[in-house]
Design a protein around this ligand. Sequence first.
Ligand code: ADP
Ligand code: MG
Length: 437
Amino acid sequence: MTDLLELKQINQRYDSPGEHKVTVLKDIDLRITTGEFVAILGPSGSGKSTLLRIIAGLIHPTTGTVKFLDHPILGTNPGVSMVFQSFALFPWLTVLQNVELGLRYKDFPNPEKRRRALAVIDMVGLDGFEGAYPKELSGGMRQRVGLGRALVAEPDILLMDEPFSALDVLTAENLRRDLLELWLEHKIPTKSIVMVTHGIEEAVYMADRAVVLSRDPATVIADIHIGLPHWRDRKEESFTHVVDRIYMILTHSRDIQPEAEDTATGGRKYIPLPQVPSGALTGFLELLDDLAVKSDLYKLADQIMFELDDLLPIVEACGLLEFAEVSQGDISLTPIGKQFASATLLERKELFRARLLERIPIFERIRWVLDSKRNRRMPREFFLEVIRKNVGSEAADAQLDIVIDWGRYSELFAYDESSRVLYLEEEDGPFAEPAAP
Ligand code: ADP
Ligand code: MG
């Protein structure tokens, strides 16, 4: 059988703020055949979205080839459609119009486009909402529109980039089941699904194969066949066994201590932050301290009724700041983490500030810029541009939100929501008026 998709020796390098290039993907080989649901897993910033965009032909790899049904992809890949984490809907278009957009490159007459769009809207459970605008819809329904727009083109391969991670737990589960039903019962002509996720349980619940990437640079470190029959039960031992196995591979590769120094450039590169607000992070550290012993992450997630998948970004954040470390699936506080957990609020802020400056270069840079400016203020847009160069436009806003959240918590800088400006408070006290622009 010919492969549906074949990636050969894919390498992707991006320009980094220094003059050297950073290799994000290294020597990736991947073949996907008809009938497969493939999950791609890897730490944040490893290159999962980049890989998906390469498959879609939205970016062309620095070196290497992508073949779809044995033909090299030169422009965009005609056989795929993509579902985005952020839904990526047009707010000024109705549900029907958004879904019809999925057919914009197809040669059907307009009435046929409409007929197909309406049928898909029905299929994804949006019957009755054809005329609604995205802002009138819940997150789950918006993602149904995103899914409809992708499916209406009847792609051979459906690509999904963390499609459920912006949804609340129940909504996400609902949508997972609905999609899986369409797929398993062949209600859609899609030949293969490739889903990027940071959720191990999500992958083991849905996919036939889990491809695990390392980071800095991303290589394929595991390609695991998940042979469990559907519908799968997350509580069954065979299920947790696969989750554990992937979990081990991921945490080992993650080693949750990214290099702060890019020795090749002598400069320091941007480190993508996990999407974890400071409040969640501090709460988690307190909990670890209260538990007082090493905890098995899987059990811990269960005890606090967290999905393991939701816990991982927090664990990653703890590792990044060296507050906690994971070994053999057990998590424990480092000495700094212990100090943090039992410190006063002010001491905590100080400790956190020190960790940020030491471990994550963007904080030092922001501080330097604000310190250097006479009015000690800088618009959010300025830093957004810096981050965008490093992570691309799609992820930049969410990254900056976390940077600002951590920066504010640690009082490294302040932020004014209404004017969208980062600034330093006057030395003589937090209540001084921010300097006039
Ligand atoms: P993931 O989806 O796994 O979180 P991405 O594919 O978004 O990772 O990004 C992988 C790496 O590539 C990150 O370190 C990011 O900084 C970098 N990167 C992504 N897009 C760009 C871009 N357009 N320009 C420069 N660097 C980028
Ligand atoms: Mg991504």
